[in-house]
Design a protein around this ligand. Structure first.
Ligand code: SAH
Ligand code: SF4
Length: 444
């Protein structure tokens, strides 16, 4: 009887990190732990880390520091620090010195080996392991938290793009695609447990299957996933603009369950900076991709990521980024100040931009985007959208929430019993962050 062991998992960073955190939690459940949010009652705390920007690392280091006090109050508590931050070359030694109260350290590549490390720690030892390369097939860890309406499914891992600012290829390794059979099997199991929407995850889903022979690409995978009965929606993230093919846009245009939302990170609107970033597209090419999307899918939503203050970014370069925001009309943008990541090319580039300039540019960018996002929501007022009902709103439990196919969040009145179904909602009001609407009728 080990039912009284509690695991609390905290995760930072992208959806792929969240997905890894689910796997780690599942491993702990298999060892008899029950998952909870209550740190005070935890026997095991797992932190799945992110190192994409310094701000994420600082937040995590602060959290690891806080756990020291918890461990002093409860010496039997085990602490596991996992993922990208630990995987950075040379990081393990530095981190171990800084946080000797941690019991388990593991990088990204040896994540499937977590149960062995947990056993070691439970027997009173310390366990620290980082593999420089992946040794276990990506197919080996499709452990998913079952019974949820929405699930994230990894279709590939790693990245080959080496954008000059980015640490991801250094901590996630080279790109590898999962075989479609395994992906489809995993989604079928999720659907059998109640899942209705899946998000297919990869650092660049557009290059899925490049290594496969006979040829089978991301559009083929979407087509096959769409055939799975009782699945209502398919999303995907992230699309690198350089690899966004006409075939893919056409497949989404014809697919009934394939959601018309493209997260298409532009990073900068200046060709000079795009080249220094090693993004391998120009602003003109990016615009041509957006035009193709708008031609075949006029109702599609576009979201993006933007970095301000990349080394060498002039006022003129920055103005070009601002101009792109007004040209494209993103529904949402994730905006970041450039952060030096040791081991990346951009960290050692000349012409680093002072912090105050980065802050000012970020402020301006955010205010332009807030205006754009509001205008985007306002253009939806009076129109009807298909919503997957996610259940009672967290901030207003009297109301239900759900998302459009374009990923916009909508709040509306209705019975919680319709959670998990598709309804048509007419938008009546555009708030600063959400939309308000009324159900027109139960569709499916
Ligand atoms: N594979 C995805 C996302 C990678 S990380 C892609 O290619 O878009 C998510 C976002 O973090 C990136 O799109 C980028 O905007 C941002 N980012 C990555 N490295 C960064 C750095 N060093 N400083 C600031 N932002 C960064
Ligand atoms: Fe990083 Fe570029 Fe790869 Fe995205 S495509 S993970 S930004 S290197």
């Amino acid at each position: 009887m080990q039912n009284n062991k509690i695991v609390v998992t905290l995760t930072y960073g992208c959806q792929m990190s969240e997905r890894d955190a689910e796997t780690l939690t599942e491993f702990a459940r298999q060892e008899g732990y029950t998952s909870s949010n209550d740190l005070a009652s935890a026997n095991l705390v797992i932190i799945n880390t992110c190192c994409v920007r310094e701000s994420a690392e600082n937040k995590i280091l602060g959290k690891i520091g806080e756990l020291k006090k918890l461990k002093e109050d409860n010496p039997n508590l085990k602490i596991a620090i996992c993922g990208c931050m630990v995987q950075q070359p040379g990081a393990l030694e530095r981190l171990r010195k800084r946080a000797p109260h941690v019991d388990i350290w593991t990088g990204t590549h040896n994540l499937p080996n977590f149960p062995t490390l947990l056993h070691r720690a439970e027997q009173g030892g310390k366990a620290a392991e980082v593999w420089p390369e992946p040794k276990i097939a990506i197919e080996a860890t499709p452990l998913n938290d079952k019974g949820k309406l929405q699930a994230n499914v990894n279709i590939m891992s790693g990245c080959n793009n080496f954008c000059s600012y980015c640490i991801v290829p250094h901590v996630r390794g080279r790109e590898r695609s999962r075989r479609p059979e395994g992906i489809i099997q995993e989604i079928k199991e999720l659907v059998a447990s109640g899942c209705r929407e899946v998000t297919l995850l990869g650092q660049n889903v557009n290059s899925y299957g490049k290594e496969f022979s006979p040829a089978y690409d991301f559009a083929d995978l979407l087509h096959n996933v769409e055939q799975i009965p009782h699945l209502l929606r398919v999303r995907f993230i992230t699309s690198h603009p350089k690899d966004l093919s006409d075939k893919l846009i056409e497949t989404i245009a014809h697919g009934e369950k394939l959601c018309e939302h493209f997260h298409l990170p532009i990073q900068s609107g200046s060709n000079l900076i795009l080249e220094r970033m090693n993004r391998k597209y120009t602003r003109e090419y990016y615009i041509s991709r957006v035009e193709k999307i708008r031609e075949l899918l006029p109702q599609a939503s576009l979201t993006t990521d933007i970095i301000v203050g990349f080394p060498g970014e002039s006022d003129e370069d920055f103005e070009q980024t601002l101009a792109m925001m007004s040209l494209i009309h993103y529904s949402q943008a994730f905006t970041f100040m450039f952060s030096k990541r040791s081991g990346t090319l951009a960290a050692n580039m000349e012409d680093q931009i002072p912090l105050d300039v980065k802050k000012r540019r970020l402020q301006r960018l955010m205010s332009v985007q807030n205006r754009e996002s509001l205008e985007w929501r306002q253009h939806m007022v009076g129109k009807t959208y298909e919503i997957l009902v996610e259940g009672p709103s967290k901030t207003n439990p009297e109301r239900l929430t759900g998302r459009t196919r374009g990923y916009e969040l909508v709040v509306f009145s209705g019975s919680p019993e319709i959670t998990g179904s598709l309804v048509n909602v007419r938008i009546s009001e555009a708030g600063s962050w959400t939309l308000v609407g009324e159900i027109e009728g139960l569709e499916k």
